[in-house]
Design a protein around this ligand. Structure first.
Ligand code: ZN
Ligand code: ZN
Ligand code: FE
Length: 756
């Protein structure tokens, strides 16, 4: 080829392109197309200088876009002509001096097929090595201490590579070229088993598998923290785990050895299977086919995931039962334990042994949870009925929204299911699920995560906007008040709607938005939770309708007692003999009569609680939204039935006719599953009646109530593509931070926010 035909191009590629084997990939493609020049990791992506003839350069660019490495996400691709330098070869250059890191940290990745093959190949030098990984797989976010993503900035810093690992790490043609956590049994960390004060090396995993087979409880260090594992089919082991963990009824997640093992316990359609096998390897909630005693009491779904770490694969290969309970290791609702000392301290009374990995975890990250309902029958609803319930391992810290601002923002989220977001150069990065801030440990984790993300993304110390919930008593709001920067208070339910719009970069789209949840601070200082908004993000969302206000004795504390909500909702118009004998109901009635600690509410979550109480859930709940989930699962056991009346009049959805009808049906002995179903149909019909009244083409729903897969299916059936829901963020309060960030990004002076 004559030099005269050659030209030079500069390519910039942004997105998740570091730590995912992108440079060796570019190197291979360049060699294949006869391209010379270089590639390097720059501060905001990958930069390529490519020389060749025009056709080869076009092919090269096409090939880069066509099949990037599995974990890469290309968000930007720019190309421009540049000066020809006459390079003879293609090389991988050292990283450029860094400025501001808007490069995305990859979420953690499951072990890949190639590594699995080596893991179980007796001839391979990493045979049985629990920390095997390569550029296509392994930990990322959970080991990064600072950007750029280089070994000295990870928790692998303390394990110098042996000569063989180093050679692989430095060879551009090797699958482990610049795989930062690369290691082997000679040079890297390993697992040990701590049992009764002794430490087992060498046979640690085999011994752990044996303990699991014998019905014991083993704590296993994973990617983002410790799990507690036991045989899911051993009712005694499951019961012991519940007792020791003080976890009464909240479902346990399961780890199935194989897809077949998962199929044997839950109904998985193609969508659910795709989710189960996706790179995030989330816990997928799917309808149970079998009863596993004590695993998910009163719940018709089971949460299942597939192995994603080498150590999980090795446990199964060593004979662990093919279906394990695999639940976050903590006491009650504390955050997951991830430091070895903490694990030893908090798990000593729970686990019979600890399988401790020597690699440190940089930050705690729970498993992600995805719920999967029946696929909608609407011809245009192609996305399925998939709801992210918990945004954590494998998903965080992904950029979930591009916002029209250059101003850095920290959005601190809400107090329940807290997660925080940082906005850097208009990209909103969301943390992993942190937890409920009323728990001290979660609040500590909340503060750590803000500091962590601020450092990781190098947010300025002073000139930053802090978005927080308008609730003056939220721990997150109080903490925000002490932070440096301009404060923006965002009303809770507007943040829910904004989270959906932000995900879709729909800043001017006029929408009718439904925010249904358990509780949130309303701008009239009452408890909101059944709110309808009209407007867009740029000019503001106006509250146009809501659930008819009810009385709530005890305020937010009533969330623990469905009968307390029932007393409040029924107080003004009818009475139910069904609840006569319930002590809490009487206490609540006394509060109502004396008008002590009685608050107005428009909460849909409390309406679900009221219905739960009328259907027989009269005790205290043991985890958030338990009663509402119970009603949903009852309803799913019934065939479709006619809806109860839920009229929309005077900008209010009136629950009185439906509650009266439920009380009458209960008195007449109607099956409670049918009643629950008719109630679900009523909520769906109520939403659709409001949609009719406002005649908007675009409908948005968000808030914890819309985790209800039956309700969502009804709405998808009726509205199809008109309906926008959260796609990457949870509709529950875990998504609030993104909505706060979006509203803060768009304005500090619009009617839905106020700066303080
Ligand atoms: Zn691999
Ligand atoms: Zn090595
Ligand atoms: Fe909420």
């Amino acid at each position: 080829m004559r030099e005269a035909c050659k030209e030079a191009r500069r390519l910039h590629i942004g997105g998740i392109v570091q730590g995912v084997g992108f440079r060796p990939f570019v190197y291979r493609i360049a060699n294949r197309h006869g391209i010379t020049g270089w590639v390097l990791n720059a501060e905001n992506g990958v930069e390529i200088h490519a020389e060749g003839d025009a056709a080869a350069l076009d092919d090269f660019a096409q090939a880069l876009l066509a099949h990037p490495p599995p974990a890469a996400r290309i968000a930007e691709f720019e190309t421009q002509h540049t000066t020809l330098r006459g390079f003879r070869t293609f090389e991988i250059h050292k990283s450029e001096h860094r400025q501001a890191p808007t490069v995305r940290v990859s979420p953690d990745l499951p072990v890949c097929e190639d590594c699995l093959r080596e893991l179980f190949d007796p001839g391979d030098r990493r045979y049985g090595y629990p920390y095997i990984n390569c550029t296509n797989c392994g930990p990322r976010y959970s080991i990064v201490r600072a950007l750029p993503y280089d070994r000295p900035q990870t928790t692998m810093r303390d394990w110098p590579m042996c000569a063989q690992c180093r050679a692989e790490y430095e060879d551009p043609s090797n699958r482990r070229f610049h795989a930062q956590p690369v290691a082997c049994a000679q040079c890297g960390p390993n697992y040990v088993l701590e049992i009764n004060g002794t430490i087992v090396r060498g046979t640690a995993i085999a011994r752990a598998a044996q303990l699991l087979r014998e019905g014991r409880i083993v704590a296993v260090k994973g990617i983002g923290g410790y799990h507690l594992a036991c045989d899911a089919r051993d009712a005694a082991a499951v019961r012991a785990l519940r007792e020791r963990k003080y976890r009464k009824e909240r479902p346990f997640a399961l780890l199935a050895h194989t897809l077949d093992a998962a199929h044997s316990i839950v109904d998985l359609d193609a969508h659910a299977q795709t989710q189960l096998q996706s790179l995030a390897r989330p816990i997928v909630l799917a309808p149970a086919k079998v009863q596993l005693e004590g695993v998910a009491p009163g719940n018709s779904d089971l949460g299942v995931m597939l192995p994603y770490t080498p150590v999980q694969h090795l446990l199964f290969a060593a004979g662990a039962p093919d279906l394990l309970v695999m639940t976050s290791a903590n006491r009650s609702s504390e955050p997951i334990a991830y430091r070895d000392e903490d694990a030893r301290r908090t798990l000593s009374g729970i686990a019979d042994a600890l399988l401790v990995g020597e690699r440190e975890i940089a930050r705690r990250i729970d498993d992600s949870v995805i719920s999967h309902g029946e696929v909608s029958t609407h011809p245009e609803a192609v996305e399925g009925n998939i709801i992210v319930i918990r945004h954590a391992r494998g998903l965080a810290p992904q950029a979930v929204a591009a916002l029209p601002t250059s101003h850095p923002i920290i959005a601190v989220g809400a107090d329940l299911k807290n997660a925080v977001a940082v906005v850097v150069r208009g990209q909103a990065f969301v943390s992993q699920h942190i937890g409920d801030l009323e728990h001290y440990e979660a609040f500590v984790a909340f503060k750590e995560t803000i500091a962590d993300l601020s450092a990781l993304y190098e947010l300025p110390q002073d000139d930053v906007c802090i978005a927080h919930d308008a609730h003056p008593e939220y721990a997150s709001s109080t903490y925000a008040a002490q932070m440096h920067g301009t404060k923006v208070a965002v009303q809770h339910h507007r943040a829910h709607i904004a989270s959906v719009l932000a995900e879709r970069s729909a800043f001017d789209e006029r929408v009718l938005g439904f925010a249904f949840d358990g509780t949130g601070y309303g701008e009239d200082a009452t408890i909101w939770g059944g709110e309808v908004f009209l407007g867009d993000l740029t000019t503001g969302l106006q509250r146009v309708a809501h659930l008819r206000p009810a009385k709530l004795p005890g305020g937010d504390a009533a969330a623990r007692y469905p009968v307390q909500a029932a007393a409040g909702f029924l107080h003004d118009f009818c009475h139910s003999a069904l609840l006569e004998g319930v002590h809490r109901y009487h206490l609540a009635q006394q509060l109502l009569e004396k008008n002590i600690r009685v608050f107005p509410t428009t909460s849909m979550g409390r309406l679900f609680d009221t219905v739960a109480a009328l259907l027989g859930f009269t005790r205290e709940i043991t985890f958030e939204a338990q009663a509402a989930m119970w009603v949903e699962h009852l309803a799913r056991e019934s065939a479709p039935v006619a809806a109860y009346p839920f009229p929309f009049e005077d900008a209010q959805l009136d629950y009185r006719p439906l509650l009266s009808a439920i009380i009458a049906d209960r008195a007449a002995g109607r099956d409670i599953r049918e009643i629950a179903r008719a109630f679900h149909e009523a909520v769906a019909q109520g939403v659709l009646a409001v949609c009719d009244a406002y005649a908007q083409p675009r409908i948005v729903v968000s808030g914890g109530v819309f985790q209800n897969t039956l309700l969502m299916q009804r709405l998808l059936d009726a509205l199809g593509d008109r309906l926008w829901t959260n796609r990457t963020m949870p509709p529950n309060d875990g998504g609030i931070c993104v909505g706060q960030a979006a509203i803060a990004a768009l304005s500090t002076s619009n009617p839905m926010t106020h700066s303080t």
